[in-house]
Design a protein. Structure first.
Length: 242
């Protein structure tokens, strides 16, 4: 297929499952990681087993200078990306009255700032090369409905929704689609300390979501079949609204 897809935060969880799902469907994968190069290498090896190419980029999406330099160099050496999946993000939960400045700043600068830092060096090359590509962001049910103890996280994920919708309007005439996937409670490392049995009681489908179920939607949004879908927020949450 020869279409390069950059996936941020692809060393584990939804990012890793997305890398594998897209690789299985013939896409070449660029695995991004920040602090887990060994796990990223494991993802890359698994991706290559599907017969596609894979390379690893390591940088902090909060660091604008690093994002620009590394992504610009990669594009110059390997060509323009067909698609980008903005999956990387962090959570630092705390109730708002005692939330620390660092907890607010770090989450907003990483999750929402990362949208700008990663896409800024990527979008213009896509336009210049007339790539009718795909940009897929990840928000969260917390960005749609809010959640106790996650004012910072909810703000960042709601901001991603607004940014996604606005960017989709700017890029629509270029044939570049921009959509957002908003997962609910997905069974990954991020929920290892969460009372799962209690959560299942409030999820209408009475189970947690699987990373593969998010990845399959991302795969569809990356495909030619989705070329008339843009500016949308699609939830994968088993019917749950917090």
């Amino acid at each position: 297929m020869g279409k390069n897809i950059l996936i941020t935060g692809a060393s584990r969880g939804i990012g890793k499952e997305t890398a594998l799902y897209l690789a299985k469907n013939g896409y070449d994968i660029v695995v991004h990681c920040n602090s887990s190069p060994l796990k990223a290498a494991e993802t890359a090896e698994a991706v290559k087993s599907f017969g596609v190419s894979c390379r690893i980029l390591q940088f902090n999406i909060k660091d604008r200078k690093s994002c620009f330099e590394i992504l610009k160099k990669d594009i110059e050496e390997n060509g323009v990306y067909f698609g980008v999946v903005l999956n990387a993000g962090i959570a630092k939960d705390n109730v708002f009255p005692v939330m620390e400045d660092e907890e607010w700043d770090d989450v907003l600068d990483t999750n929402l700032g990362g949208f700008y830092n990663v896409l800024k060096p990527i979008v213009m090359p896509m336009i210049e090369k007339r790539i009718k590509g795909r940009i897929i962001t990840l928000s969260s049910i917390s960005g749609l409905a809010g959640n106790r103890g996650q004012v910072n996280y909810s703000a960042s994920k709601a901001g991603i929704i607004g940014a996604t919708k606005a960017l989709s309007l700017e890029l629509a005439k270029r044939g570049i689609t921009v959509n957002c996937v908003a997962p609910g409670i997905i069974e990954t490392e991020m929920i290892k300390n969460v009372p799962v049995d209690e959560l299942k009681k409030v999820i209408p489908m009475k189970r947690l979501g699987q990373a593969k179920e998010v990845a399959s939607l991302i795969n569809y949004l990356m495909s030619e079949d989705s070329s008339y879908i843009t500016g949308q927020v699609i939830s994968v949450n088993g019917g749950l609204y917090l």
